[in-house]
Design a binder for this molecule. Structure first.
Ligand SMILES: Nc1ncnc2c1ncn2[C@@H]1O[C@H](COP(=O)(O)OP(=O)(O)OP(=O)(O)O)[C@@H](O)[C@H]1O
Length: 241
């Protein structure tokens, strides 16, 4: 049986707009995600999807409540400990790739491994190339981001997010900035990572087609789960693929 990889317990998020005015983004949300799940988080603009994803990935702290990642309460960690956990256990993909412009594809993918320090230089380079092969970027090792299309840049960003074998891969609108063909490549890649590597994937998306490819769909309204339903059981083949 799959184990719980991420657990959110009574998460509340408020923002202080001024001393007197506080906005509640997430009133009280609990959620459990199992290893190997592919979860899409949908909902109207402003419903708190990105806030929730950032809290899951330790990039934002809830006002109260606990986030457990791989059995550890990450909400209790300080910034230094959190940097380490993010590097080791969380892969984050944004709508805009945030690749380092002055470095080529191999160097960008190598970066999280260099920071981590668990591998030798040679191992890092070999793994970076292997990851780029996996995202079908084998011919672009030495290209800098400006020499790549938007879809290719996003695939390098995905390879980078996978560099340290993260427990969870989090995507904030990873196809939001792509044309439909590149978006389709990215869907297929997420799908493959989930099925072949059993990678846990959680994506926030406005894209209906992407959301429908996930194994589970959580719909947020006003920071609350309006629906949470399986779209298919884990590792069940996607119809039409
Ligand atoms: N730094 C901030 N300062 C003020 N308000 C914020 C801040 N970050 C988020 N908010 C507010 O929190 C709410 C939730 O924002 P969030 O980005 O999580 O929603 P979302 O569902 O991801 O929206 P979208 O689909 O438009 O990206 C919104 O009302 C937003 O205006």
């Amino acid at each position: 049986m799959a184990e719980t990889i991420l657990r959110l317990e009574k998460i509340r998020k408020e923002l202080g707009l001024s001393k007197a005015i506080r906005q509640t983004i997430i009133p009280n949300l609990s959620l459990e995600i199992m290893a190997g799940e592919f979860v899409a988080i949908t909902g109207p603009s402003g419903s708190g999807k990105s806030t929730l994803l950032y809290i899951m990935g330790g990039l934002d702290k809830p006002t109260s409540g606990t986030v457990w990642l791989d059995g550890e309460a990450i909400t209790e960690k300080n910034e230094t400990e959190m940097n380490h956990i993010r590097n080791e256990k969380i892969g984050f993909i944004y709508q805009f790739h945030f690749l380092l412009p002055e470095f080529n594809a191999v160097e960008n993918v190598s970066m999280p491994m260099m920071i981590n320090g668990r591998r030798t230089k040679k191992e890092i380079r070999e793994r970076a190339m292997k990851l780029l092969d996996m995202v079908d970027m084998q011919n672009k090792y030495t290209n800098k981001p400006s020499q790549l299309s938007g879809g290719q840049q996003q695939r390098v960003a995905i390879a980078r997010a996978l560099a340290n074998e993260p427990k969870v891969l989090l995507g904030d609108e990873p196809t939001g900035n792509l044309d439909s063909r590149s978006a389709n490549n990215v869907y297929q890649l997420f799908d493959r990572l989930n099925r072949e590597l059993n990678q846990t994937v959680i994506v926030v998306t406005h894209d209906e087609e992407f959301a429908n490819r996930a194994g589970r769909r959580i719909h947020l309204v006003d920071g609350q789960i309006e629906s949470d339903r399986p779209l298919r059981t884990m590792a069940e083949p996607l119809s039409g693929s």
